[in-house]
Each structure stands twice: as C-alpha cells, then as structure tokens.
Design a protein around this ligand. Structure first.
Ligand code: DAH
Length: 366
C-alpha cells in the first residue's frame, strides 16, 4: 500500500513538474500506458482472491483516477501556455508603418471616376451601373437605333456568337447610354444619375483603344430644359478642373437618343505644348475641344424605358473619362493608360490617401 502511495506521489510530482507536452506524455506512458506501473498493478487484481482484491483495489483505482486527472489538467495548462507562446511570437504590430509593403497607386481613371462621383453627388446625382456584356435591345433599340439604323454600324461593335434566350444579340456595350434605359426601367421618373464605366469598340490607334471609359448622365423630371443641361455641365467642369473660367460651347449635332442633340466643346489654350482648359475658345490663342455629346432625351427613348413623355422630360450626356483625365493631368498618349507600366503609374498614379473631397479639393495631389 505504501508502495502505491509513494509511487503515486512521485508520479503527481513529476506531472506537476513536466514543462512540455512531450515530458507529460512520457509520464503518462510510465503510469497509465500499457506497460505503465498503474496498468500493471490493475492487472494483478485479476489473480487475487476476492478478499485480497477488495483490500487492494480501492488504492489502485484511486491512484489511477488521481494520476489521470492530474495528467488531464496539466495537458490543458501546457496547451494553453503553448498557444499563448505562439501568439506572442507571431504577433504583428499593425501600428507600424507599412514601409516594406509593395507600393501601388490609384490609376488616374479610377481617381477621376471618384472625382466625378464626388462632384455629381453634391449636385444630387446617384451613381448607377449596368452590365458590360449587354444585349442589343438595351445598347441600341431602346436608344432609338433599330436594326437598320446607320448609327449602329458606326459603333464598331464586338458581338458574341451567342444570343439571349429571347433571340437578342449579345455584345460588349459600345457606350454607357444603355444604363439610362436600365435605370429608368428600374426606378422610373424623376431620376438623376451618373453612370461611369468601361465601354468597348473595335477601334485602335493613338487616340482610340478597344476599351475606354465613359460617364453617362441622366436627369428626368418635369420642366427640365437645355439650360439645366448647360448649367450642370459648366458647374461640373468648374469643380473638376478647379477653375472658374470654364467656357462651354454647345454645337448642334445628331444622336438618335436625343432631340435636340448637341456636342459639347470646352475652350482651351496651349502652353508649352500642353493643353490648358479654360477661357473662351474664340479668344486669341484659344481653341475649342470636343469633350462629349448630350441633348434632351428623345421621347421615343422615354417610351422604351417606360416613362411617359407627356409628363416627363430631361437631358442626358456622355463624356469620355479618359479624355478629361488626360486634359486634367497632362497625359498625351491614351495607350499608356492601359499598358500597366509601373513607371507610368508611379508618375501619374495617386496615393490611396488622395481621396477626392469637395472640401479638400477634388484634384488635390498629395
Ligand atoms: N453615347 C454616345 C456615344 O458614345 C455619347 C452620348 C451622346 C451620350 C449624347 C449621351 C448623349 O447621353 O445625350 O457616342
């Protein structure tokens, strides 16, 4: 009996002193393992007379329970300590400056899109989106360009070989104008949205890339007229270029989805080979540059989009984002926008901390 008691005390002391899970496991094998002394002692019970067994069993059983409990408790404690040590070792100090992190930058197109959203939000416009893979109904038909309309041919459209379930052609949208239709069908009138995004045309040279960016604008309400359009664009461009001397010229034009239609030119001058927006295009040394199309939304388009033209009217515009980005930030080759050259991005890109805000200035460069 004293033998078992002293063995148990020794085992409990060894368990308490174990400083690793391995040391603890060794102690478990020595006691409760198949060949451990507790297991062997339990086996001797089988060879005893009932009286002997009644006398010997309680001590052995309680030794087994005490040792098993101690092993369990110590295992839990050691595991917790091990986890604690690992967490301590793998700790990352997130307050350290990320100097070693690779440096990326915000592409000027993304920056300009954020600037647009910020300025137009202030004028009460929401940002709308639509799919880049469109069907020909939204991209053409509902914009008053039926199958035989010559303007369709001018769009250099990328078509997919498949058709929609109801037999419409599937294409890459050639302009952001289909978002007008989708937004009116979704929300009805009145409506005030801009829709910036990618558009695609099979066309490529120094000033054209197969993918480029546009921003669409749409305002539908009662009593909207061309004066609202001109004020809106002028107000936008003044905020965008951060100068008061922006002069716009609206030139009569034709788009199937607007009536009347106008092309929008902005006055600029040239300094050291760089175009500087501002001033009257007819002033000495100044000229006009086309920056987009617009007009009063054609009544047919309103009908296609489920809006009653007897009650509502409005204006729409479409601007080339890449072009106004080039003008604002002084780049001269559109193709560099899409080359992904890190040197170009390091030069023209923006810090993620350069969030455009109206109060800090939408064009602020850190
Ligand atoms: N969708 C036209 C294009 O890509 C641009 C445009 C012109 C949009 C007039 C408009 C508009 O909303 O009113 O060439």
């Amino acid at each position: 009996m004293t033998y078992i008691t002293s063995q148990t005390e020794a085992a409990l002391a060894a368990i308490a002193a174990a400083d690793s899970l391995d040391a603890l496991e060794a102690e478990r094998l020595e006691t409760l393992g198949k060949k451990g002394w507790v297991s062997l002692a339990l086996k001797t019970l089988g060879g005893m007379t009932p009286e002997e067994r009644t006398a010997a069993a309680p001590a052995i059983q309680s030794a087994r329970t005490a040792i098993a409990d101690a092993l369990d408790a110590k295992k839990t404690a050691l595991e917790a300590a091990e986890l604690e040590a690992r967490l301590e070792q793998e700790r990352i100090d997130l307050t350290l400056p990320a100097l070693a992190a690779p440096r990326g930058s915000v592409h000027p197109v993304s920056q300009v899109m954020d600037e647009l959203a910020e300025i137009f939000a202030d004028l009460g416009f929401a940002v709308a989106t639509g799919p880049e893979i469109e069907d020909d109904w939204h991209n053409f038909t509902a914009l008053n360009m039926d199958e035989t309309h010559p303007a369709r041919a001018m769009h250099d459209t990328f078509y997919f070989p498949d058709k929609t379930a109801d037999g419409k052609d599937i294409l890459l949208r050639t302009h952001t104008s289909p978002v007008q239709i989708r937004s009116m069908l979704d929300q009805g009138a009145p409506i005030r949205i801009i829709a910036p995004g990618r558009v695609y045309r099979s066309d490529s040279d120094a000033t054209h890339t197969p993918m480029f960016h546009q921003v669409e604008g749409l305002v539908i309400d009662k009593d909207i007229h061309l004066g609202h359009l001109k004020w809106t664009l002028e107000t936008f461009f003044k905020a965008f270029f951060e100068r008061e001397d922006i002069v716009l010229r609206l030139r009569p034009s034709y788009f199937p989805f607007t009536e009347p239609s106008v092309e929008v030119d902005v006055g600029y001058s040239t300094e050291g080979g760089r175009r500087i927006v501002g001033g009257h295009g007819d002033a000495n040394g100044h000229a006009w540059m086309e920056i987009g199309g617009s007009g009063m939304v054609n009544a047919r388009v309103l009908e296609f989009a489920g809006v009653d033209p007897a009650e509502y009217q409005g204006f729409a515009f479409g601007l080339g984002i890449d072009r106004i980005a080039m003008l604002k930030y002084g780049m001269n080759d559109l193709r560099a926008f899409f080359d992904g050259d890190p040197r170009w991005l390091a030069h023209y890109g923006f810090s993620p901390f350069d969030q455009p805000t109206l109060s800090a200035g939408v064009g602020a460069r850190a």
